[in-house]
Design a protein around this ligand. Structure first.
Ligand code: ATP
Ligand code: BTN
Length: 325
């Protein structure tokens, strides 16, 4: 119920201009006091709403809301559009697609949201997801060859994010194994892969991308690492629907390339964009820290870490990579 009310208020505000609490209350059959509580919650969700006595509520800046038809129209001519759902308020776009497994999804199906109440990072960490200013996108991808084909999905996705950003802005981002996209030494985007299935049987994957576009000041205070957003690096206004379309197009293209030929043909591109290639790094595994030199990645998506002159493949899981200058 609260979700329906809040979505109604957002649509009313998105039209621009002032709308009074009384008017909103009449439309929704609730009191002005209840409206004012919902407005407070919307502000906490990242919407910049102000009020003027006698006039009502107004957005400080117009919203560039996501739209299914605008995204489909922005896909390159001749490309096949997957099924795309746009949600206003959701718990997590990855969790939403996972709940629809195994029968209610089509290959490449996309879920986008304006706001995530419980956006997830790796290992149960939180992904800060304010309303209407960033990108939260998940795609369903069926893995015919089983979970072994899932190795490397986060690298494939990171390459797709980098392709999409480059095609739109000419900006070359950097990639940090296994799942992060960096720009100017700070985190621009994160990738979360959820898997469901058995090693040797056809399996399901949900690929999630969180990309910072316009980070609101309030949300920024909640992030405990160096972050950046794409708009700060571009003179031109970046349209969220066009950026979403580019992400979908490049992700589908990379996933098909991966399905047909694995990671091998993409390794050079990864190494060109590798944040730590040939640099000292430390690998954090629980309490343990291993120092070494990053020698890139192999065709299975493993990190190649040189320790005491020997290069060892490190497969994903509970590990984090950090620079060690
Ligand atoms: P690693 O994957 O190497 O462990 P990481 O510290 O980036 O690196 P992740 O699990 O990938 O960890 O990402 C989750 C972390 O990202 C959170 O703990 C938080 O510090 C940070 N974070 C949350 N929301 C955002 C955001 N919108 N932009 C940038 N960083 C964020
Ligand atoms: C990370 O860096 O740890 C991964 C962050 C992934 C965030 C995205 S936002 C869309 C999708 N839905 C989620 O709950 N998480 C991913």
């Amino acid at each position: 119920m609260a979700k329906v009310v809040r979505e109604h208020i957002i649509r009313a505000l998105a039209k621009g201009g002032f709308i009074s609490g009384q008017n909103l209350g009449d439309q929704l059959n609730i009191s002005r006091t209840a409206i004012s509580k919902h407005i407070k919650t919307l502000t906490e969700m990242g919407l910049d709403i102000y009020s003027v006595t006698g006039k009502g509520y107004k957005l400080s800046q117009s919203l560039n809301l996501l739209s299914n038809s605008k995204i489909i129209n922005a896909l390159p001519k001749g490309s096949t559009a997957p099924e795309i759902e746009v949600h206003s308020i959701i718990d997590s776009t990855n969790s939403y697609l996972l709940r629809r497994l195994p029968n209610q999804l089509s290959q490449g199906q996309v879920c986008l949201a304006e706001y995530q109440s419980t956006g997830r990072g790796r290992r149960g960490r939180q992904w800060i997801s304010p309303f209407g200013s960033q990108i939260y996108l998940s795609m369903y991808w069926y893995l015919e060859q089983g979970l072994s084909a899932a190795m490397g999905l986060s690298l494939v996705t990171a390459l797709a994010v980098s392709d999409a950003v480059f095609s739109l802005t000419n900006i070359q981002v950097q990639l940090k194994w296994p799942n992060d996209v960096y720009l100017g030494g700070a985190k621009l985007a994160g990738i979360l892969i959820d898997l469901d299935g058995q090693a040797l049987e056809p399996s399901h994957s949900v690929i999630g991308i969180g990309l910072n576009l316009n980070m609101p000041a309030q949300a920024a205070k909640k992030i405990d690492q160096k972050w950046t957003d794409l708009q700060s690096h571009s003179q031109r206004q970046i349209d969220r629907n066009i950026l979403s379309a580019q992400l979908i197009y490049h992700l589908l293209k990379r996933l098909q390339q991966h399905q047909e030929g694995g990671l091998t043909a993409m390794l050079d591109e990864w190494h060109d964009r590798d944040l730590y290639l040939n640099k000292p790094v430390k690998l954090l595994t629980g309490e343990r820290t291993t120092q070494g030199i990053c020698r890139g990645v192999n065709s299975q998506g493993a990190l190649l870490l040189e320790v005491n002159g020997q290069v060892k493949p490190i497969y994903g899981g509970e590990v984090s990579l950090r620079g060690d200058e």
